[in-house]
Design a protein around this ligand. Sequence first.
Ligand code: KIV
Length: 263
Amino acid sequence: MALGKLMKKKIYNLIDKKNKSKIVSLTAYSKNIASILDDFCDLILVGDSLGSVLYNYKSTRAVTLNAMIEHSKSVRMGIKKSLMVVDMPHNTYRTSKEALKNAKKIISKTKCDAVKLEGGKKIFEIVKTLVRNNITVMGHLGVLPQSAKNFKFKGKKISERNKILNEAKLLESAGVFSMVLECVESSLAKKITKNINIPTIGIGASNNCDGQVLVTDDLIGLNPINVRFVKKYSNIRNEIIKAVRNYSREVKNKKFPLKKHSY
Ligand code: KIV
């Protein structure tokens, strides 16, 4: 099957899951992790969260297009079947022209299936331009890390609830195939999910969404953060500590390398 057709089929399959089965999604920043996730995920996101998780940036605003492209090239090598989505970093989609140029660059260099942009009304025309140019776009509403002043959940005030619901409908009409809802209050997430025909993928937005996404480094307990919406499914830091402690001990005691490890 031609690459374009295969990609479209993957997108339709994902949309088709709405109201049928939950969509599983996680982030990956490199090949080895992506190759593990690929068997279990519908969608793998190269998130610009890599800025804080890997580079210790204060915000994702410092993430560059080049960094996203290089990490995505690595992730691409680990994915066989999942849909691969790449975040467009801050200041790479301020105008339709800029967005189109940069989205094309991301897609041609990384062979990803889609790009993700944060925002609602502000990016309506931009999303429409990308979609018109055959670029597959994912939306992102609720807490928007690229522009957020704080990370408080969204949907407390009526005006905020109406704004997010309207923006979800607007993004759908602009042609996004799915959208992330980040830190959106449960009943609002439910309302949005019911009122649009494309899948919502929640992070800190309850199980009322069509699917879930988490930052893999958080879920495996590699990234030492504690936030309400993260469940740690393992403590991989402890496993690494054990392995490195043993290695260190064996090097010091001359137990590694042995003859069988030598040439
Ligand atoms: O950057 C990211 O990893 C994301 C997810 C948290 C949805 O946007």
